[in-house]
Design a protein. Structure first.
Length: 92
């Protein structure tokens, strides 16, 4: 059985605009780098939902991560389940 975790790229949800939130996260992650933290380019915050679900899956389950970079991205073939966060939203 194969699960594919689908994380929506942050640039689709919150295009870079120099907002106060963007400045906050840039400052926060820059300070945490020395503690071993890594800020992925596709998300402002760690996608905790992936870690939580990953922890509950049996060890013999195949896993993959797919970053959705555009609205027309095709999902990779071969997964039995595709998981998305219900908290991801799209601005219009």
């Amino acid at each position: 059985m194969k699960f594919t975790f689908c994380q929506i790229d942050n640039s689709l949800i919150n295009p870079p605009q120099g907002t106060i939130a963007e400045k906050f996260y840039d400052t926060f992650w820059r300070q945490k780098k020395s503690d071993g933290y890594f800020r992925p380019s596709f998300a402002w915050e760690l996608p905790l939902w992936i870690a939580e679900i990953n922890h509950t899956l049996p060890s013999d389950v195949e896993r993959s991560l797919h970053i959705v970079h555009s609205a027309i991205d095709d999902l990779p073939d071969g997964a039995d389940y595709y998981l998305f966060s219900v908290l991801d939203a799209r601005r219009t």
